[in-house]
Design a protein. Structure first.
Length: 152
């Protein structure tokens, strides 16, 4: 999936910006201002209470030294990767492999707890085991409920 915009940063890194409608179409539209304390999807990048501390080979922790930015909470971010994996499942572009690779880095043993919603829990719990079947089952259910956008 091509980003809407990209920027080359110092050190050779590239910042890729995607439209929310392409990678998190199922989330409510972003509103100006900080998220509510009980927002089920969004937090601030500086939120020390809801973001895990920095860990080697794990989360980067809250970025308290920078201006706060609204981001998906760990559970919603994980669900977004799974939704994109379902959308792109067996797509000729091979993007589903990219999403699965990203999920490997999100596994709870290497990172922080991801409180995903119940419909995503089976895939998340079985990711190291029967991932192919779990992806197919979740994708089929989301497609039957018309919750996946058309493939691009």
């Amino acid at each position: 999936m091509l980003p809407e915009k990209h920027f080359h940063l110092v050190g050779g890194n590239v910042l890729l910006l995607h439209r929310k409608s392409n990678i998190a179409w199922w989330l409510p539209d972003l509103q100006a201002g900080p998220p509510a304390a009980d927002d089920p999807h969004f937090i601030l990048s500086t939120d020390e209470e809801r973001l895990p501390p920095r860990a080697v080979d794990g989360p980067s922790g809250p970025w308290t030294q920078y201006y706060p930015v609204k981001i998906m909470n760990p559970g919603s971010f994980t669900e977004s990767i799974m939704m994109c994996g379902c959308r792109d499942y067996n797509h000729p572009t091979g993007f589903d492999s990219l999403w699965r690779f990203m999920l490997l880095y999100l596994l709870e043993e290497h990172s922080c707890e991801k409180p995903v919603r119940s419909e995503f829990r089976a895939l998340w719990n079985h990711y190291n085991q029967e991932v192919e079947e779990a992806f197919r089952d979740l994708r089929d259910r989301l497609a039957a409920e018309n919750r996946l956008p058309p493939r691009v």
